[in-house]
Design a protein around this ligand. Structure first.
Ligand code: NZQ
Ligand code: ZN
Length: 386
């Protein structure tokens, strides 16, 4: 096992009715800015629950944080938060709202140009405290310190991580996810699945606990994911998916093991250039990464084939091919298409995507740092069509 430091201070309030508990988590005298997206929380009653919980407190609102949150929109929230002397941010929504709020938290007290936090890894000395009410299980943002922000003007989708933007608390009430459209149910399961694969499907470091945590989460998503599409109002299904997605990227399963993350880095370029949902890009790229890196990932691919898909017969190549095919098939069953062509994108898009990777210095990806631009090109070419 590799050395690691693990510290996760986010308090989780899990279950029905837990939104009522947020008032106790935010100090009485604080001026609160609630941040949210395009209005789903107004339609499903989550907004009303939050407002009821915060009755009598000083509350301001910022709406309109879009999927793949943009610097342009978030800087408007930064302006309002500074103007209103906000003390505490409460993100209510999916990963985009939480990620965007993390950026706002760091940007409000930042002395320079906040884009440098993303573009130049400028050091952060202070951030506003934040909490979240999660409505879309997918990213793990509710219990980690990462944030991904897009700048429309320059076509950059960049990430930063900092302990100061880790949520102080997050409410996970599975019943808030009943209103998710099928597309977002599928996206959430595919995103969580890929987070697990990025941390599991690398090479063995004698870490049986992390492996079995990862396999347990993968098996749970495979069992529960399709049920969420078939019976959307099943509370237990939603509860299992929600906790799975949080555990997939809260640092636990990644502690002491190598990480890949090539699928995510390549996927971000597809989103920024072509507008695909985050999880759609992962469903396209992950099977190709596994196929192209099959030699260096061989031991874990065979373990994955056996323990997750029960594939124990046949030669090694056959089992690996079958495991990759099962993965693709699972994404398709979750309603997420797995080729660029399915989204109207052809092989002519590949050179520009590779140029974006180069511009962002993403030239040594993967757990061995051996996915150079030529390998990324090969991966992307395999992504186009069957
Ligand atoms: O904006 P509203 O109206 O709220 O609608 C949203 C949005 O249109 C809707 N939605 C959310 N909860 C709902 C709901 N609709 C009905 N009922 C509900 N309960 O879903 C749509 C998508 O929301 P979004 O927040 O964009 O989705 P997701 O949670 O998948 O977040 C994606 C973003 O997270 C980043 C991605 O890059 C992308 O920008 N990621 C963040 C990570 C992190 N911080 O650790 C890791 C991930 O790998 C990922 O990169
Ligand atoms: Zn992701």
């Amino acid at each position: 096992m590799l050395d690691f430091t693990f510290y996760n201070p986010t308090k989780i309030l899990f279950g029905k009715g837990q939104i009522a508990g947020i008032a106790q988590e935010i100090p009485q005298d604080q001026r609160i800015l609630i941040t949210y997206g395009g209005g789903s929380i107004k339609r499903n009653g989550v907004y009303d629950q939050v407002m009821a919980a915060l009755a009598g407190r000083t509350v301001f609102e910022f709406a309109g944080i879009e999927p793949n949150p943009t610097y342009e929109t978030l800087m408007e929230a930064v302006r309002i938060a500074r103007e209103r002397n906000i003390d505490f941010l409460l993100a209510v929504g999916g990963g985009s709202v939480i990620d965007g709020t993390k950026f706002i938290a760091a940007a409000v007290p930042f002395p320079g140009e906040p884009w440098d936090i993303l573009a130049r890894h400028a050091p952060i000395q202070k951030a506003l405290p934040l909490g979240s009410v999660l409505t879309l299980p997918a990213t793990g943002s509710e219990m980690n310190s990462g944030s991904v922000v897009t700048r429309r003007a320059t076509q950059d989708k960049l990430a930063f991580m900092h302990p100061l933007v880790q949520p102080r608390f997050s409410v996970l009430d599975p019943s808030t996810t009943f209103t998710l459209p099928p597309r977002q149910i599928g996206n959430g399961v595919v995103d969580a699945y890929t987070h697990i694969m990025e941390q599991y499907l690398t090479y063995p470091v004698n870490s049986p606990i992390q492996d079995r945590f990862a396999e347990g989460l993968l098996l749970t998503l495979i069992e529960e994911g399709p049920k969420a599409l078939a019976t959307p109002e099943d509370y237990d299904v939603r509860a299992n998916i929600m906790w799975c997605a949080t555990l997939a990227l809260n640092g636990l399963i990644g502690a002491g093991v190598p990480g890949d993350w090539a699928t995510h880095m390549i996927g971000h370029e597809i989103t920024v250039l072509h507008g695909l949902d985050h999880a759609q890009t992962l469903a396209i790229v992950l099977p190709s990464v596994l196929a192209v890196k099959r030699d260096k990932k061989r031991a874990k691919l065979l373990q994955y084939a056996a323990r997750v898909w029960g594939l124990t017969d046949g030669g090694e190549e056959e089992r690996i091919d079958a495991a990759i095919a099962k993965t693709r098939d699972f994404f398709e069953r979750m309603g997420v298409r797995t080729y660029l062509r399915d989204y109207g994108i052809g092989s002519d898009a590949v050179p520009t995507l590779v140029a974006q990777l180069e511009r962002h210095k993403l030239t040594r990806l993967g757990e061995h740092g051996d996915i150079d631009l030529a390998t990324s090109r090969t991966i992307l070419e395999r992504c186009v069509a069957a």
